[in-house]
Design a protein around this ligand. Structure first.
Ligand code: G6P
Length: 466
C-alpha cells in the first residue's frame, strides 16, 4: 500500500491534505499534504490527524507538522514520514502550551462574545517583547531584520477578508509615519495578476491562520527580483505562512474560534502600527516621535476596556437593525477600512446587506439609496477629517436617513441621529478602538436575529482551498 499511495501522489495535482485508510489494514493511516495544512497529534499508544492543531487540543498537546510534499504512514505507536523526493525524514515535535480553557467558551454564550472581550488582554500580549519603556525594540521581526528594514523602499501588503482590512489601515500608518509607498491587495486578485513590484519591496502577508490558500499562493507568485524580504503578520507560529516567509511579526491573540474575526483584527492592527513605527525609525524620519507612539500603544488595553463598557448602549442600538435588509457604513481616512470591517462583520453574522463607503464618495452614488428605512452607521473620531465627515453626515440627515454615529466627542444631533459616545482616543489609534463598538453591534444584531454567531452559514474560519 505505501507504494500504491506514493504512486497516486505522483499523479494527482493541485492542493490537498489527505488521510486514507486501506480497508485491509484499518490500523494504519496514510497521510500527505501539498498546499493544504495537515498536523499529526501525538498521544500515548494513539495518534491523531487533523487540519488544525486546535481541533486536536482536547486529545493531545504534542504535534508534528508536515512540510510541503511530505507523506507518511501512521499507526497507534509510530509515525513514519517521507519527503517529496522519497527520502525518510523526521519532523520536529512541537509541545503546545494551550490549555483546553483557551478553546472553550467559559461563561460566554458564544466564542465571538468571549473573543471580543478578550481584546484588551490580546493586545497587551501582542505588544509584549516588542516595546521598551519609550522605544520599539530592535530585531522583533527576526535576526538581521533591522538591517533589512533600513533598505525598504516600498511595501506591498497582501491578505484576504478581515486581514485585508487590517492591511488597508496599515497603509495609512506606513505612508504617514514612514513616508514609504505602500500598496495593499486582496490575495486572490494579486496571485493572478502581472504585478509590477517596486525595487526593495518589503512584501507582507497578513493572515490570522497563516493557512489561507490564496495568501500562500500569492507568496509563491511574487517577483523575487524586487522583493527585499517577505514578512508574515500572523497569529499562528506553526503555520505554513510563518514557515515560508523570511521574517515574522506575530500577534498573540490566542486561538480564535469564532469564524468572524475580532481579536485577531485588533491585534493585527496593533502590531502593524508597531511596524509602521519601526519603518519610520529605520528611515530616521525627523517628525517621527517614537516615545509618543509607544505611549499611545500602551494606552490601548485601557481604551479597549473602556470601549467594551459601552456594550449596553450598543445592544440597544442593535434593535434598530433587527428587521432591516440594508445598511451603509461610512468613514474617512484610516477609518474607512474600519467602516469596511464593520460592514463585513454585520453581513457575515446577521446576513443583512451592508456596504461601506468612504464618506466623501457618498454623493457619487450611494446617497440615492438613503431613506428612512436605511440605517447609516458612521465612525467619527475627533481626527483631522471630522469636519469633512460632519458635512457628509448632514447630507444623510437631509435625506431623512437614520444615522448612528460612533464618536469620542460631541457631534451635531437631531431627531434623525443617534450618537454613541466612546472614550476620547488619540486619532492615530482610533481605528483600533472604534472597531470594538462595530463588533458589538454585529454581535447583538446577530443574537437578535437568531443567526449562528460562531459559524455563519456558508463561511469557514480558515479557507485552505481556492
Ligand atoms: C475567512 C474568515 C475571515 C478571515 C479570512 C482570512 O474568510 O472567515 O474571518 O478574515 O478568512 O483569513 P486569514 O486566516 O488569512 O486571516
Amino acid at each position: 500500500m505505501p507504494d500504491l499511495f506514493r504512486a497516486v501522489l505522483d499523479r494527482i495535482q493541485g492542493a490537498y491534505a489527505l488521510c486514507v485508510i486501506d480497508q485491509s489494514t484499518p490500523d494504519r493511516l496514510y497521510v500527505a499534504r501539498q498546499g493544504s495544512p495537515l498536523v499529526i497529534g501525538l498521544g500515548l499508544g494513539e495518534n491523531f490527524v487533523g487540519s488544525d492543531q486546535l481541533a486536536l487540543t482536547h486529545v493531545t498537546d504534542r504535534f508534528m507538522y508536515l512540510d510541503e510534499g511530505d507523506w507518511g504512514v501512521i499507526t497507534r505507536e509510530q509515525v513514519r514520514l517521507w519527503d517529496v523526493s522519497g527520502r525518510v525524514v523526521e519532523r520536529a515535535v512541537v509541545q503546545s502550551h494551550l490549555g483546553t480553557e483557551a478553546v472553550s467558551k467559559g461563561s460566554y454564550r458564544h466564542f465571538m462574545a468571549k473573543e471580543i472581550h478578550e481584546q484588551p488582554r490580546a493586545v497587551l500580549d501582542s505588544l509584549r517583547l516588542k516595546l521598551g519603556s519609550a522605544h520599539i525594540l530592535s530585531g522583533i521581526l527576526g535576526p538581521g531584520s533591522d538591517e533589512i528594514l533600513d533598505q525598504v523602499g516600498a511595501v506591498q501588503i497582501v491578505a484576504c477578508g478581515t486581514s485585508y482590512h487590517a492591511g488597508l489601515v496599515a497603509r495609512y500608518w506606513i505612508e504617514s509615519l514612514a513616508g514609504i509607498p505602500c500598496q495593499v491587495e486582496i490575495a486572490s486578485e494579486y496571485r493572478y495578476r502581472d504585478v509590477v513590484t517596486l525595487p526593495n519591496t518589503l512584501w507582507i502577508a497578513i493572515s490570522q491562520s497563516g493557512e489561507t490558500a490564496d495568501v500562500l499562493a500569492a507568496l509563491r507568485h511574487l517577483d523575487q527580483a524586487h522583493v527585499l524580504a517577505t514578512l508574515a503578520v500572523c497569529n499562528v507560529a506553526t503555520s505554513s505562512l510563518i514557515r515560508e516567509t523570511d521574517l515574522a511579526l506575530l500577534t498573540d491573540a490566542g486561538p480564535e474560534i469564532g469564524v468572524a474575526s475580532t481579536k485577531a483584527f485588533t491585534t493585527q492592527l496593533t502590531v502593524l502600527l508597531v511596524l509602521a513605527g519601526l519603518l519610520a525609525k529605520s528611515r530616521k524620519v525627523d517628525s517621527f516621535d517614537e516615545k509618543a507612539l509607544v505611549a499611545e500603544l500602551r494606552q490601548l488595553p485601557d481604551l479597549l476596556t473602556a470601549a467594551l463598557a459601552i456594550e449596553p448602549a450598543v445592544a440597544t442600538i442593535a434593535e434598530l437593525f433587527a428587521d432591516k435588509q440594508h445598511t451603509l457604513f461610512l468613514g474617512r481616512g484610516a477609518m474607512n477600512p474600519i467602516a469596511m470591517e464593520g460592514a463585513l462583520k454585520l453581513k457575515e453574522l446577521s446576513y443583512i446587506h451592508a456596504e461601506a463607503y468612504p464618506a466623501g464618495e457618498l454623493k457619487h452614488g450611494p446617497l440615492a439609496l438613503v431613506d428612512e428605512s436605511m440605517p447609516v452607521v458612521a465612525v467619527a473620531p475627533n481626527d483631522a477629517l471630522i469636519e469633512k465627515l460632519q458635512s457628509n453626515l448632514s447630507e444623510v440627515r437631509a435625506r431623512g436617513g437614520q444615522l448612528i454615529v460612533f464618536a469620542d466627542h460631541a457631534v451635531a444631533q437631531d431627531g434623525h441621529s443617534l450618537t454613541c459616545v466612546l472614550p476620547a482616543v488619540p486619532a492615530r489609534i482610533a481605528p483600533i478602538v472604534f472597531t470594538v463598538p462595530l463588533q458589538l453591534l454585529s454581535y447583538h444584531v446577530a443574537v437578535l436575529r437568531g443567526t449562528d454567531v460562531d459559524q455563519p452559514r456558508n463561511l469557514a474560519k480558515s479557507v485552505t482551498v481556492e
